[in-house]
Design a protein around this ligand. Structure first.
Ligand code: GLC
Ligand code: MG
Length: 532
């Protein structure tokens, strides 16, 4: 199998993967939370949109302290989202429609309600039950100080003390104890979990916090020059900074052994099963290590998401992406939004300008070789929402008082003129939907000239015919500082990040994110042009 041969290339090479945030996609039983049967009922929408696959966020049994990223049983379905049979039905229908299905795997931590953690709590200090997690004695007099100086990504210290004095590590919420990946039991449990879902027919996994599994063996202090216990934004911000930070809790070399094992398991199944790493490492080169030939197939390219609305920044990111992936022979991925970040329409300034820029950036992205990840609702031009304080649910909000992620998790508007816009039920769902979304529903945008939904449909359709067969080489063209332009074989892509209209090369316009004016490309717009 060659990655570069269009006939034998694996399905994921150029796949457009649509992220479904379970609780906010479609609610079949009207309880205000999305669910698996809801997703199944909307699969034809995804097929018609033109994506190749969906990634479904965690739907496993969970107390839902972190929207399902706190798993209490890895091989079942949370009753709020359905039953195991609903997962099977979803897989079957997706496959019948030609869609692949990627599920989320959360190996860094379990829920505190997981059977293992419950047993650890009941067992003694130093017991084998506690060895599955990261328990340590405290420091100082009476062992009242935490074992080291690490902070939780969600704010506050990363340790919790039990009544018997022992402390456990939680890099995220207190209800998400970190597993001890130096314990072979942990490794073998996850191998079983992989096989369980592979046997049921999933096509791949999105590996949550893939860079987190191993911690420095001695759990040594992190060298820091800042004080205070605000939110540790390093998880997200590190890529923006070029100086390397000391991170004894992230990206340890041992983690790669695990992915080599997983790769062997994936390869032992038919159908090009894959895994994509969520690895917020410090540099693109560090992320490239996760996609070496015998490790995972993909890693999210967060550098693209973090690039500013700036042509030089975007061009730089594209160049760097290839420069770091080519040496390991891996295929790029691109992503602009997900359930953890500000929606890109809002990030680029919000309002009509933000939406125009978001459309342009997406169009440029979809012309690049490799796999693109879309986040539900971006095809409607949705923006992040101001969720009232008393309704916020993100554990990071509770730990820091900073609104971090609820804004991008508001449910999908499907149809009608009043909330919940066909999402399900009669009332506002778990996070309320803004009245202004009446004009942005799938129904309102379908068949509407110039709508964001129709732009996505068209771009995905054109992409199918050209992007997968066009040469993989991307030639960045020298243009004005404020214009991103690149060529892939016969197609030239131009994105205008400046303030004045710019000329575009002659040729056939394949798809454009906004109207050309007198043959020129206005600001905040992108176009694909085929030259003879
Ligand atoms: C990942 C998920 C995020 C979750 C965290 C802890 O970053 O994307 O939503 O809160 O891991 O599992
Ligand atoms: Mg429901």
């Amino acid at each position: 199998m060659s990655l570069n041969d269009p006939i034998t290339a694996p399905w994921w090479r150029d796949a457009v993967v649509y992220q479904v945030y379970v609780r906010s996609f479609a609610d079949s039983d009207g309880d205000g939370l999305g669910d698996l049967p809801g997703i199944t009922s909307r699969l034809p929408y995804l097929r018609d949109l033109g994506v190749d696959a969906l990634w479904i966020t965690p739907f496993y049994p969970s107390p839902q302290h972190d929207a399902g990223y706190d798993v209490s049983d890895y091989v079942d379905v949370d009753p709020r989202f359905g039953r195991l049979a609903d997962a099977d039905a979803l897989l079957e229908k997706a496959h019948a429609l030609g869609l692949k299905v990627v599920v989320d795997l959360v190996p860094n931590h379990t829920s505190d309600e997981h059977e293992w953690f419950q047993k650890a709590l009941a067992a003694e200090v130093g017991s084998s039950e506690r060895e599955r997690y990261v328990f340590r004695p405290g420091k100082g007099r009476g062992r009242k100080q935490p074992p080291n100086n690490w902070h939780s990504v969600f704010g506050g210290i990363a340790w919790e003390q039990l009544d018997d004095g022992d402390w456990y590590l939680h890099i995220f919420d207190r209800t998400q104890p970190d597993l001890n990946w130096r314990n072979p039991e942990v490794r073998s449990m996850f191998e079983d979990v992989l096989r369980f879902w592979l046997d049921r027919g999933v096509d791949g996994f999105r590996v949550d916090v893939a860079h987190g599994l191993f911690k420095d063996r001695n759990l040594r202090d992190e060298k820091v020059d800042v004080t205070g216990d605000g939110p540790s934004s390093r998880h997200v911000a590190s890529l923006l900074e070029h100086d390397t930070k000391d991170e004894p809790m992230w990206d340890q070399p041992e983690v790669h052994e695990v992915y080599r094992d997983w790769r062997r398991i994936l390869d032992s199944y038919d159908g090009d099963r894959m895994a994509v790493a969520e690895a917020w490492t410090q540099t693109p080169a560090r992320t490239a290590a996760y996609v070496r030939p015998d490790e995972l197939q993909q890693a999210f390219n967060f550098a693209w998401l973090l690039a500013k609305w700036d042509a030089a920044d975007m061009a730089d990111c594209i160049r760097r992406t290839f420069a770091t992936l080519d040496p390991v022979g891996a295929n790029p991925t691109w992503v602009l939004s997900n359930h953890d970040v500000v929606r890109h329409a809002t990030r680029y300034g919000g309002g009509p300008v933000g939406v125009a820029r978001a459309r342009a950036a997406t169009l440029a992205m979809l012309a690049l070789p490799g796999s693109s990840y879309l986040y539900q609702g971006e095809e409607l031009g949705l923006e992040s929402v101001d969720v009232p304080e008393e309704l916020r649910q993100d554990p990071a909000w509770f730990r820091t008082g900073v609104e971090w992620r609820d804004h991008c998790r508001v449910p999908m508007p499907w149809k009608g003129t009043r909330a919940p816009f066909g999402f399900g039920g009669r009332k506002q769902p778990w996070l309320p939907m803004p009245a202004e979304w009446a004009g942005l529903t799938v129904e309102a945008q379908t068949g509407k000239r110039g709508s964001t939904l129709e732009l996505y449909r068209k771009a995905l359709k054109v992409r199918r015919t050209f992007a997968t067969t066009a040469p993989r080489e991307v030639e960045i063209l020298d243009r004005a500082k404020t214009v991103l332009a690149f060529r892939r074989g016969p197609v030239t892509v131009v994105l205008n990040a400046g303030t004045r209209p710019v000329a575009v090369p002659k040729g056939k316009v394949l798809v454009n994110s906004g109207r050309l004016v007198d043959g020129k490309l206005p600001p905040n717009t992108a176009v694909w042009i085929r030259q003879a």
